[in-house]
Design a protein. Structure first.
Length: 146
């Protein structure tokens, strides 16, 4: 009887250890999957200060994805304007050099995310989104051209 009890206790201990190990593995798998998701994000976000530092590198291209009317009312100096809402957005963007870094922005940050996602689908590997868009740029006191 004692042997059966001892065996049952040992077996229960092994089962508990195996279940704990399985739970730990599952937790690690979830962490790895979450990390992979973050790594595959099609663009990087930057605040106005970081965006301006990146803009200083003349190899980088500032891409304003607002409407022509918004662009003409005021824009980041040197920006290229291609309206993300226009029917020919993908066609125009596809003509751009893919080896450049594109600093993408809109008015508040929603359309530029959409633009970055579309550009990622067109295999643009280096995209930076301005968090808060042109409004954040102006609020930070950065230069504006009209």
């Amino acid at each position: 009887m004692k042997t059966t009890q001892s065996f049952a206790i040992i077996l229960a201990g092994f089962l508990a250890a195996a279940m704990a190990a399985h739970a730990a593995d599952a937790k690690e798998d979830k962490k790895a999957a979450a990390s992979e998701k973050k790594a595959t994000k099609p663009f990087k976000n930057a605040d106005a200060v970081e965006f301006d530092k990146l803009r200083a590198d003349k190899q980088n291209v500032v891409l304003d994805v607002r409407t022509k009317k918004e662009f003409e009312a005021g824009h980041i100096p040197g920006a290229l304007n291609i309206d993300v809402s226009a029917a020919d957005f993908e066609a125009k963007v596809a003509k751009l050099e893919k080896d450049k870094t594109y600093l993408v922005h809109c008015g508040a940050g929603v359309r530029s995310v959409k633009a970055c996602e579309k550009m990622n689908q067109l295999n643009f590997p280096k995209l930076v989104n301005l968090e808060g868009g042109f409004r954040a740029w102006e609020k930070a006191g950065k230069p504006v051209e009209k």
